[in-house]
Design a protein around this ligand. Structure first.
Ligand code: SAM
Length: 326
């Protein structure tokens, strides 16, 4: 097991496979972003080696993210390499869903168990505006394909004031009446160059619950209001699915955090909203052995920060969300 100095057992690694994305969501990345050269990114064998080392440290849950993980070459092989590593119990992916129509089945056969698919609105025009060019039909087809392939499905919507905080949120919540999905509403977090927009347009969980319950009836807490991972869970009456609210900024869940993040360029990031990172790519390319690599990671985890410092005005500045993976 791998404990930090606050006694938290850190056992969940989110791996960003690439900083590239086939969309440019306005709250996530600037349109003119320059991507890193391939040689600066972790190569497939380096990722699989790190997964082996992390499992020896007690990590059991792995999530692939990005950028957009499905645009990474060899994605199916990377997934099967991870799922066949002893000690890996849960294998999930966060994706915009655009390529799931083709990839759901091969990914499921490679051992992927769950997908979190980002969908901020069901309105085609608004979807195009927020993603700068995306087609909602592609996401909906991706969701169907994931369902047909037997993947577990959660949907993620980042809520932005005056964009999707009213009827769009209600339309998304309504999906759970029929479908067994978890529809999660994510509070927008501030990062680097886009932080002013993000901070100005946050919508609180209480406000969202009010909007949804006015339209669709009361929400009942699930699990006595306990968090499911990072989400506070509710259910509409007679719904097949659930609603989750992830309020990382206003109601942080740092005490229960079990995560570490690996950026596409091989930095171990200990808190999403803090810039502290430990370079793993350099020692790997300098030729350290597995014992030395394990010690570097163990030490980094020990120093994991307690939580974000947004209230003290500390905003992550070195990377935008698309470079970390969420
Ligand atoms: N491309 C994939 C996707 O669209 O899901 C994976 C990467 S994306 C960075 C992961 C998640 O982070 C998405 O659900 C996205 O909406 C969310 N996200 C991006 N920027 C955010 C921000 N500033 N605050 C909160 N969530 C954000």
């Amino acid at each position: 097991m791998s404990f930090d100095r606050f006694g938290r057992d850190i056992n969940y690694l989110r791996i960003s496979l690439t900083d590239k994305c086939n969309l440019r969501c306005v709250y996530c990345m600037p349109e003119d972003i320059t991507f890193r050269p391939r040689a600066e990114l972790l190569q497939d064998d380096e990722i699989l080696r790190l997964v082996r080392v992390f499992t020896k440290l007690g990590f059991e849950k792995f999530r692939l993210t990005g950028g957009e993980p499905t645009v990474r070459a060899n994605i199916v092989n990377i997934v099967s390499g991870i799922t066949s590593t002893p000690g890996v119990k849960i294998m999930a992916m966060t994706t915009n869903g655009l390529l799931l129509k083709e990839l759901s089945r091969p990914l499921a056969e490679a051992g992927l168990q769950r997908v979190n698919i980002s969908i901020d609105t069901l309105n085609p025009e608004k979807f195009k505006t927020v993603t700068r060019w995306g087609k909602i039909e592609d996401v909906l087809e991706g969701i169907d394909a994931a369902q047909d392939a037997g993947l577990g499905i959660k949907l993620n919507a980042v809520v932005i004031r005056d964009y999707n905080d009213k009827e769009d949120v209600v339309d998304l919540a309504r999906l759970t009446l029929e479908q067994p999905w978890q529809m999660r509403f994510i509070e927008m977090m501030p990062f680097g160059s886009v932080s002013e927009f993000q901070r100005a347009n946050v919508v609180s969980e209480d406000e969202l619950i009010g909007t949804i319950s006015d339209a669709l009836g009361p929400l009942t807490p699930v699990n006595g209001g306990k968090l499911d991972g990072e989400a506070r869970m509710f259910k509409l009456s007679a719904a097949n699915g659930t609603l989750g609210f992830i309020s990382s900024v206003s109601k942080p869940f740092c005490a229960g955090c079990t995560r570490a993040r690996l950026t596409a360029d091989g930095r171990l990031r200990l808190c999403l909203l803090r810039d502290m990172e430990v370079n793993l790519l350099k020692p790997i390319r300098d030729g350290v052995d597995d014992d030395e690599l394990t010690e570097i990671i163990r030490e980094a985890i020990w120093w994991k920060p307690w939580g974000h410092g947004l209230e003290q005005g500390v905003i992550p500045l070195t990377r935008v969300m698309s470079e970390i993976g969420g």
